[in-house]
Design a protein around this ligand. Structure first.
Ligand SMILES: [Zn+2]
Length: 299
């Protein structure tokens, strides 16, 4: 199966179409996990269950990002697949609750988050491609049924798992599909994938936007973003961490503050990255600085 060029995509509005055509820029939110910790929320099981158990608290986090300038908020569904939920809650119920929490924040767009399964796929692990595809398809159908505006497949390190997730999202929804992979210091993912490999696979799959998230700060990700910009015509996304984490006295702190973070992201915007946001360690203060950087560019 080659490029899915014939897929009919339902794009919410003209602005989002502009983003897909690289005429407009788009600001995502920052971390969910960091904010869950910061707000002292405790879940008895997977964090995704907070959408069902503490919906107002989850909406408060989304709303803080919207107030900081996020155009898109990302659902708290990183691990909301049947394998991780393991019968505690249904995938449909978690996505329905998560999209409702995100929608309630007043965000312009709701992105349904799909993260990796957390187990290696065949030949490195026990999960087959077909099993992975089935789990991702169930999540993507739930996201589409719940009324999300787009799907973001993120934090992927393995091309086979990435392919299963993206293909499942493309086959199971008519929404725009974005996808990001996570690269380490050496410029490869944990599973040895380079930015060039990622672009080649994602272009062939026919995603609507592609890029990088997590692992490193924005300064370190800039060269990988440049590689993707050179190799692809698609909109490029970067959602960097707030630098590297360090734990002292039981508290996790990240090495890069909001202003420094936004200055580094500004260099990516100048290079041609059009979709930005934050990953681990970022909070609404980072998004506020990014929002300022974006409005300076538009001025
Ligand atoms: Zn992250």
């Amino acid at each position: 199966m080659g490029a899915s060029g014939n897929r009919c995509v339902r794009v919410k509005d003209e602005y989002l179409q502009g983003v897909l055509d690289k005429r407009e820029r788009l600001l995502f939110d920052g971390a969910m996990g960091t904010m869950i910790q910061k707000n002292g929320l405790v879940s008895t099981g997977p964090l995704e269950l907070l959408c069902l158990d503490e919906p107002e608290a989850v909406t408060d986090i989304h709303r803080a990002y919207v107030q900081a300038g996020s155009q898109v908020v990302t659902t708290n569904t990183f691990g909301a697949n049947a394998m991780k939920l393991d019968g505690i809650a249904s995938v449909d119920d978690v996505y329905a609750a998560a999209v409702a929490c995100a929608r309630e924040s007043g965000a312009r767009y709701v992105a349904a988050d799909i993260g990796p399964l957390g187990e290696l796929l065949d030949p490195y692990g026990d999960i087959t491609y077909d099993e992975a595809y089935g789990l991702f398809a169930e999540a993507a159908r739930a996201a589409g049924g719940a009324g999300a505006d787009l799907v973001i497949v993120e934090t992927m390190t393995d091309l086979t798992e990435l392919t299963a997730a993206v293909r499942a999202a493309l086959d199971s929804t008519d929404l725009p599909v974005f996808a990001t992979m996570t690269f380490g210091e050496g410029g490869r993912t944990f599973m040895g994938v380079s930015p060039e490999d990622a672009v080649e696979t994602l272009e062939e799959l026919g995603v609507d936007a592609l890029g990088i998230n997590c692992s490193l700060g924005p300064e370190s990700l800039l060269p990988f973003a440049q590689t993707m910009l050179d190799a692809s015509e698609k909109p490029v996304i970067v959602q960097a961490n707030a630098g590297l984490p360090a734990v002292s006295e039981g508290e996790t702190r990240y090495s890069i503050g909001p202003a420094e973070y936004a200055a580094a992201v500004r260099r990516m915007l100048d290079a041609g990255v059009t979709i930005v946001g934050g990953c681990c360690g970022t909070d609404p203060a980072y998004i506020e600085q990014l929002s300022k950087a974006l409005s300076e560019l538009d001025a």
